[in-house]
Design a protein around this ligand. Structure first.
Ligand code: ATP
Ligand code: MG
Length: 255
């Protein structure tokens, strides 16, 4: 009888320890992508853009996605950030299954956890540069939105362009406003689609430093799409897409 009791307690402890280690394993992954597929319809034809994409991203890590033009990088980033829905497969972002969320719920998750630098910036043309950074913060109810906005604009080197409209800014300046906006909610994970694509080397280096400082200082996970191999090699993990499939997946810090 006593032996049975000891055996039961031992079994219980074993299950608890195993459960805890599984829990820890799940919690360290901020993004779990499984067998993801996405197609677009063009006329009557279906165009597969992503097929059987499976990968994980560790919380607090830096990760780059590279590959030729049209290989599906922007599409993949948009799906992972919950901007669009996949056709097949699953994505778990910050412990939440994106497939189970409504559009409003995905928007709420994005506003709390996600920063996104769009390849084409997507600044609102009727708002000034500063307003583009501040308005999303105000919508979230942030108290000192203006102060935070000005500080971020100064950080990206645009303290003297606060009241310019996007049409009055150069491509590189618009890109920097987009970076400032993506930082504004202190995201847990930041997706940046070619964040230095329109910048000269010096400004590009400054933005890269800002991105990596954010990773080091606040533990923000960094997911960068880039054609710049030097930038890709600065990240802990690199993944290469070709024709909508993963063709190379490596972690230089481990191998
Ligand atoms: N809304 C859409 N409707 C139809 N086809 C689309 C749509 N968006 C993207 N595509 C197609 O999907 C493919 C992948 O596009 P995506 O923008 O993801 O490529 P990318 O790897 O980001 O390319 P780049 O390096 O040029 O930015 C392309 O062939 C593109 O033409
Ligand atoms: Mg793209």
């Amino acid at each position: 009888m006593t032996l049975d009791l000891i055996q039961i307690i031992f079994l219980f402890c074993l299950i608890a320890i195993k459960g805890k280690s599984n829990f820890r394993r799940i919690m360290t992954k901020i993004l779990n992508v499984r067998k993801l597929g996405k197609s677009y319809t063009s006329g009557s034809k279906e165009l597969p853009v992503l097929q059987e994409i499976t990968f994980d991203i560790e919380k607090g890590s830096t990760f780059s996605i590279v590959g030729p033009s049209g290989s599906g990088k922007t599409t993949l980033l948009g799906l992972c950030a919950g901007l669009d829905r996949a056709d097949t497969g699953s994505i778990e972002l910050c412990g939440t299954d994106l497939g189970a969320l409504s559009e409003d719920e995905r928007a709420l998750l994005r506003s709390r956890e996600v920063g996104f630098v769009f390849q084409d910036f997507q600044l609102l043309p009727t708002l000034t540069a500063l307003e583009n950074v501040v308005v999303p913060l105000e919508l979230q109810g942030a108290k000192n939105a203006s102060k935070v906005g000005v500080e971020l604009m100064e950080k990206v080197g645009l303290g003297s362009r606060l009241h310019h409209y996007p049409s009055q800014l150069s491509g590189g300046e618009q890109q920097r406003v987009a970076v400032a906006r993506a930082f504004s909610n202190k995201p847990t994970i930041l997706f940046a689609d070619e964040p230095t694509g329109n910048l000269d080397a010096k400004t590009g280096d400054k933005i890269i430093k800002l991105l990596f400082d954010l990773n080091v200082d606040t533990g923000t996970t960094l997911v960068i799409v880039t054609h710049d191999m030097e930038l890709a090699e600065m990240t802990q993990h690199q993944m290469r897409l070709k024709g909508g499939k993963i063709v190379q997946d490596q972690n230089p810090s481990i191998s």
